[in-house]
Each structure stands twice: as C-alpha cells, then as structure tokens.
Design a protein around this ligand. Structure first.
Ligand SMILES: Nc1ncnc2c1ncn2[C@@H]1O[C@H](COP(=O)(O)OP(=O)(O)O)[C@@H](O)[C@H]1O
Ligand SMILES: [Mg+2]
Length: 232
C-alpha cells in the first residue's frame, strides 16, 4: 500500500532525513520508533506532503506521491493525526469533524454517527468548542477528524503523548478495533510495549535513517534494540 525508499528531507541547509525506507501492506499496523529529534515527524510530514522531500520515492497504491500537494495526498487516502493534535479551537466538536469529511465511493465507513459510536464522549461534547475539551477528548477528536476523511492509511504522530494512562489505554483499544477491521495504520509513539501488542512490524529511526526494523516477535526477543535506540 505504502512504499517509501531513499527518502531525504532538509530544513534549510540542515539535512534531517538520510534515506528512510518503510513499507506498509494492506491491513498492516507499522510503527515508527526512535528518540526525540530523530526524524519521525519529518518522515510522516514528508509522506503527507507537509514537508517537501528532497529525494527518494513515496509510492501509495502504486502511484508516486513524493512532492505532491498535501490535499492531493489526503484525497488519495492518507489521513494524519498530527503531533500536538491541532484541532480547530474555535469550532465545535461537530464542526471539527464535518470540516474534513470526505465521502469516498460507495457507503463511507466513517460518518458523524460512526465516529460518535467509536467515541461516545465526542457525542456528549458535540456542541463544545475544541478549546473546551480535555487533552484526551482533543485527541479523540483529532482521531475522529482523520477518520472522517475515510483514509485507506491512518497515520498517528504521538497520539497518546501527555495523556493519562486510562485515556491512553482507551486510544490503544480504538486502534486495536480499527486493526481488526483491516485499517492500515502507521503509528508513532513512545509506548513500545503497547505497540508490540498492536503492531505487526516496527521501524526504528536513528538520526534520520532506519537503524533497525522487524516484527513484534523480533523486537520482544532482542532487548538490546530498546537499549540502543529507544531509551532516553
Ligand atoms: N521546522 C523545523 N525547522 C528546523 N529544524 C527542524 C524543524 N522541525 C524539526 N527540525 C529538526 O529536525 C530533526 C528531526 O525532527 P523531528 O522529525 O521532529 O523528530 P521526531 O519527530 O523524531 O522527534 C530534529 O533535529 C529537529 O530539531
Ligand atoms: Mg515528532
């Protein structure tokens, strides 16, 4: 579904991605792991067309999308839950959800009704402004908003950052449910143990390049990966 190879990107003169490679198959959940500042957000922003790649290839369903406009990439079927949530603070919950709604061919999986069914809390808060929500509710809204685009691939950048353990667990449950429906997901998160249960494969980024990749079983079997690349 997604095939990234040799991806490079820079901020001004500073090159931060040095040839990232990453593959996601239909229905797969893949993680992007690594310490702060290693290039995870830059990688997803390059995939989404928010950062312009300087080289390499990003193929989505066989089509080259490297350098395409971000709205085109969203239309092609990649939905982003951005780092820091970035919901619209002056719009209501419902307005936030409707703002990105994109009906795809046939009957869309995700509508206001099905997002409210996934996150009952959002239905209760539908009339509240984005700015009036708790951190956890904002995160649910950010996920709901991405789902409203009916993405073929859902990308979450630090979706449980700063959340209380119970809310975090709720988000993991939602992702597990999406996976059971064969939703392809690329997830960036610091909670490696939770991700080992959820994900099929992992890609560890170190200084803008892939330092390790493997399955959840391989990651569990090799504690040195955590020591070398994931501990602060
Ligand atoms: N807008 C920006 N301008 C300049 N440098 C940036 C910008 N965003 C990130 N960087 C730098 O690029 C590197 C990778 O950052 P980032 O992709 O955000 O890492 P991660 O998501 O893994 O924490 C870091 O050194 C960071 O300081
Ligand atoms: Mg980041």
């Amino acid at each position: 579904m997604l095939a990234v190879s040799g991806l490079t990107a820079s901020y001004g003169p500073a090159q931060v991605l040095h040839g990232i490679a990453l593959d996601i198959g239909a229905g797969e959940v893949v993680t992007l792991l690594g310490r702060n500042g290693m290039g995870k957000t830059t990688t997803v922003n390059a995939i989404l067309g928010i950062v312009r790649p300087t080289g390499g290839s990003i193929r989505f369903e066989g089509r080259e999308i490297a350098g395409a406009r971000s709205y085109r990439i969203a239309q092609a079927g990649i939905g982003l839950v951005p780092e820091g949530r970035q919901i619209f603070p002056t719009l209501s919950v419902e307005e936030n959800l409707v703002a990105t709604a994109a009906a795809r061919f046939g009957k869309p999986r995700w509508t206001l009704a099905s997002v409210y069914e996934l996150f009952p809390r959002l239905r209760e808060r539908r009339g509240n402004l984005g700015s009036q929500l708790s951190g956890g509710e904002q995160q649910m809204l950010a996920i709901g908003r991405a789902l409203m685009t009916n993405p073929k691939l859902l990308v979450l950048d630090e979706a449980t950052e700063g959340l209380a353990p119970l809310i975090r667990a709720e988000i993991w449950e939602v992702l597990a449910r999406l996976k059971s429906e064969k939703q392809a997901i690329l997830v960036i998160d610091k909670n490696v143990d939770a991700l080992c249960d959820l994900a099929d494969r992992h890609v560890v980024v170190e200084k803008g390049a892939v330092a390790w990749s493997g399955t959840s079983a391989e990651l569990r079997a090799d504690p040195s990966v955590k020591d070398r690349f994931l501990r602060a």
